[in-house]
Design a protein around this ligand. Structure first.
Ligand SMILES: [Zn+2]
Ligand SMILES: [Zn+2]
Length: 396
């Protein structure tokens, strides 16, 4: 069967890192990702099923992997060679359409009794992602044993499968996993803020705006969104941002909205106050520095975008007693409901299938990845692989 496979190769990692530093996503042309004819992964045990992907999205974390800029943190919790792709809608052999919840927690790993996190439904915090009868891998898409979405077939455990309602299109269903990450971030922002800033308006930023507006905040709570590109600004407004600005205007608007004063100027300028909560959906040194600049003393920054090693002056975090919290994957939210269930509803209610901008067949993967890497600039949001047109899919 056909699969895009990420292989361990030191020279190709080096080439990918160099190419990726020249242009985002360029690592795909020279790096460890190859289109291969591979064997279907074996079913690891009872409760496992084959899934034939229909659509599989390209995530920011995939792009970091392709450009070899991912943090070394992941090394012990990834196994090679792996097939990327953790945003997946596909078919079981009995024809049931499913969305994959990609975290490979205790249930998928056959670990009994499960860890405390899994027991309480917080599978994203599972302690055992390198253990059990599977190869290490924090998620499907980073684990050698399971295959991944960028292929014509993978294997998944029953605990990972969510049936797709008939009314939901494939395009809507492929948005459920990234939306779940955004729902997680929105709940980590909390319900109390008068004003929330959202930095970044790619998939995560836009889904976070929708989640804040529909699940966490009331209509009189203000969302100010910073978005680089005109199409992103239009979508941010449609999905519920109260004020939408270009990133370099965020400081000024935060000052006005919160009645703060500016002291100093240029690089060392700062606000006396700021927004109550900032959700950083980019995860870069610049976005975190900006979050620190616009968040009020005693406020909170939620990191939704995957960071790497960042060099940031954390003095304001200390001096202003700002809380910095992470938001990864999914579990159970403070309302008592599973993040994935909330994400299914949000995708339908907010019409998030509109964020799927383009799809590609597997053999055009370098074009697909280039498009994903430049999505904002090209007026796009989510780019996905379309496996429905792969001829061998029906022969498997
Ligand atoms: Zn992702
Ligand atoms: Zn666990």
């Amino acid at each position: 069967m056909k699969a895009l496979r990420f292989e361990r190769s030191v020279p190709r990692f080096a080439a990918a890192r160099l190419a990726g530093s020249l242009a985002h996503g360029r690592g795909a042309t020279v790096g460890p990702l190859r289109l291969r004819d591979v064997d279907l992964p074996d079913l690891p045990g009872p409760g496992w099923q084959r899934v034939r992907p229909r659509l599989a999205g390209i995530c920011g974390s995939d792009l970091a992997t392709i450009d070899a800029t991912s943090s070394r943190w992941f090394e012990p919790i990834v196994s090679f060679p792996f097939v990327p792709g953790h945003e997946v809608v596909g078919d079981l052999d009995d024809g049931t359409r499913v969305v994959l919840q990609p975290v490979l927690g205790c249930a998928a790993r056959g670990i009994e009794p499960p860890c405390d996190a899994c027991t309480s439904g917080q599978v994203g915090r599972c302690a055992n992602i390198a253990f059990g009868h599977l190869d290490p891998g924090l998620q499907t898409g980073y684990c050698a044993a399971t295959g991944g979405g960028w292929s014509t077939a993978l294997v998944a455990h029953d605990s990972q499968l969510h049936r797709v309602p008939d009314a939901l299109s494939d395009e809507a269903a492929v948005m459920v996993e990234p939306t779940a990450c955004a729902v997680r971030g929105a709940f980590r922002a909390g319900t109390d803020a008068t004003t929330v800033a959202v930095i970044g308006a790619g998939t995560l930023g836009l889904c976070t705006i929708a989640a804040l507006r529909r699940l966490v905040l009331t209509d009189d709570q203000h969302i100010v969104a910073a978005a680089k590109h005109p199409e992103q600004r239009a979508l941010a407004r449609e999905l519920g941002a109260t004020t939408v600005v270009e990133p370099d205007q965020l400081d000024r608007v935060a000052r006005r909205l919160t009645g703060s004063m500016a002291t100093g100027d240029g690089e060392i300028g700062r606000l006396t106050g700021g927004v109550d909560v900032t959700v950083d959906c980019v995860g870069s040194a610049d976005s975190l520095a900006q979050a620190l600049a616009v968040t009020a003393p005693g406020g909170r920054i939620v990191m939704v975008g995957m960071p790497g090693r960042l060099t940031v002056d954390l003095t304001p975090l200390w001096h202003r007693e700002i809380e910095l919290v992470g938001a990864y994957a999914y579990g159970v939210e403070p309302t008592g409901r599973p993040t994935f269930d909330l994400a299914f509803e949000l995708v339908a209610d907010a019409g998030l299938e509109r964020l799927v901008s383009a799809t590609y067949p597997l053999d055009r993967f370098t074009d697909a990845i280039a498009h994903a890497a430049e999505a904002g600039r090209r007026g796009a949001v989510k780019i996905a692989f379309d496996l429905r047109t792969e001829k061998e899919r029906d022969r498997l």
